[in-house]
Design a protein around this ligand. Structure first.
Ligand SMILES: Nc1ncnc2c1ncn2[C@@H]1O[C@H](COP(=O)(O)OP(=O)(O)OP(=O)(O)O)[C@@H](O)[C@H]1O
Ligand SMILES: [Mg+2]
Length: 396
């Protein structure tokens, strides 16, 4: 049996130690959050340096990068030392409490023992019962560091969910959103008075309109920074902020972004991307590579190498054309897809596109004068002038 006053004392004792722990560890969660963030930033900077090591070496930026990494590492060490301090204080409270726990009931029972109303055996029994009850109530004190860690991780996930919910709620207000539709009419891609708003409220593509019929080949030109890549984002529905209507017909759309992307893994995966490499046979993959002049890579389709670093800028662009030949999309959007190619290679790629993908609607963006020969229409962004072109290469 345990005396009533000892139960009250056990609860009181737990409340006091838990309160001390909460006061001492009140910055614990914040420090864990900041430590996680500092670690994530450090890992990200290391990865970024590793991926761009060649450009950094060519620019001679090693010293500056090292200083940046050192600053990032110092932040990690600083947050780890703050965290270690918190652990020390938490340990002092929890270990101190477990050292005092056996003495408290003895002190509380001692008057009764001295009075003679309690035997030594009863006092020892009461003391061990007190310790049991106390250990149940002292859960928070024993687990505070783990609890803080869990809270920090949960609040990170919760803040992401809150941001996503806010984005969804804002999405309901259609006034400042570009309306994106899938259409079935005679136009493959239509843009009506599309304006795209940037983060700072600046508008690019002021009320841009364009209608592209099925099988049309439109070349979009404009000075650097006028919003050509932004237009590609609007067509893909990636950038919802702005005004106007975008309609894209049903069928497969494939965009070649200005910054080419190769996934990690085998070369076969890079060619087949975004589909899985086993969608096509090795001979189909080899055939596509041969058509774009990458015969020398045919034997390496199964090699898992850092292809993003190995291939030259022009080779990556030709690989993107091999992707087009495999996927055979109905609508193709090329954002400066031939910018790294010499004139004969560009001619070869564009002629290949015309010969193999005669059915496809093509919207291409480019600065090079000789590109217009492969398009039926030319649109200038900025002035928004539209010219009809005579196709120099017959469309099959
Ligand atoms: N995420 C962004 N946040 C803020 N501004 C942006 C963002 N993306 C683009 N911009 C700005 O919008 C403008 C248009 O950019 P965009 O990339 O569309 O130009 P572009 O016509 O494709 O140029 P280039 O011919 O050099 O590729 C630029 O001034 C650019 O700085
Ligand atoms: Mg661009």
């Amino acid at each position: 049996t345990i005396h009533g006053f000892l139960v009250v004392a056990a609860v009181l004792y737990a409340v006091i130690t838990s309160s001390v722990m909460i006061v001492i560890g009140r910055r614990f969660v914040m420090i864990v959050e900041r430590k996680n963030q500092a670690e994530a930033e450090y890992r990200y900077s290391l990865t970024r340096v590793r991926e761009n090591s060649e450009s950094i070496a060519l620019l001679g930026g090693a010293k500056e990068e090292r200083e940046g990494l050192d600053r990032s590492l110092s932040a990690v060490i600083h947050h780890w030392s703050l965290l270690a301090g918190q652990h020390v204080r938490a340990t002092v409270v929890s270990q101190g409490s477990s050292l005092i726990v056996p003495i408290v009931p003895l002190l509380l029972c001692s008057p009764k023992y001295l009075e003679g109303s309690m035997t030594l055996g009863q006092m020892m029994q009461a003391a061990s019962a007190f310790a049991f009850v106390q250990s149940a109530f002292g859960w928070l004190v024993d687990n505070y560091p783990r609890f803080a860690d869990w809270t920090a991780n949960a609040s990170r996930v919760a803040s992401l969910m809150v941001s996503l919910d806010r984005l969804e709620a804002e999405g309901a207000e259609v006034d400042n959103r570009i309306r994106h539709k899938v259409t079935t009419g005679s136009t493959a891609v239509s843009l009506e008075n599309v304006s795209v708003a940037l983060d700072d409220g600046k508008m690019v593509l002021n009320e841009f309109s364009l209608s592209v019929g099925h099988g049309d080949r439109v070349l979009i030109e404009g000075e650097s920074g006028t919003g050509k890549s932004t237009l590609v984002r609007a067509i893909a529905g990636l950038w919802p902020w702005g005004q106007g209507n975008v309609g894209v017909s049903t069928g497969r759309l494939l965009l070649l972004p200005q910054k080419s992307y190769l996934p990690s893994g085998t070369l076969g995966r890079a060619v087949a991307y975004p589909e899985a490499p086993n969608r096509w046979s090795t001979s189909q993959l080899c055939n596509a590579l041969a058509k774009v002049g990458l015969m020398h890579l045919q034997s390496q389709l199964d090699c898992d190498l850092p292809w993003d670093q190995i291939l030259s800028g022009g080779e990556k662009q030709r690989l993107a054309f091999a992707r087009l030949l495999l996927h055979r999309p109905d609508i193709i959007v090329l954002d400066e897809a031939t910018s790294a190619l010499d004139a004969p290679s560009q001619r070869r790629m564009m002629q290949l596109l015309q010969a193999e993908m005669g059915h496809a609607t093509i919207i291409s963006i480019g600065h090079r004068a000789d590109l217009s020969a492969y398009h039926s229409r030319r649109v200038r962004i900025g002035a928004q002038r539209s010219d009809r072109l005579a196709l120099s290469v017959a469309v099959p």
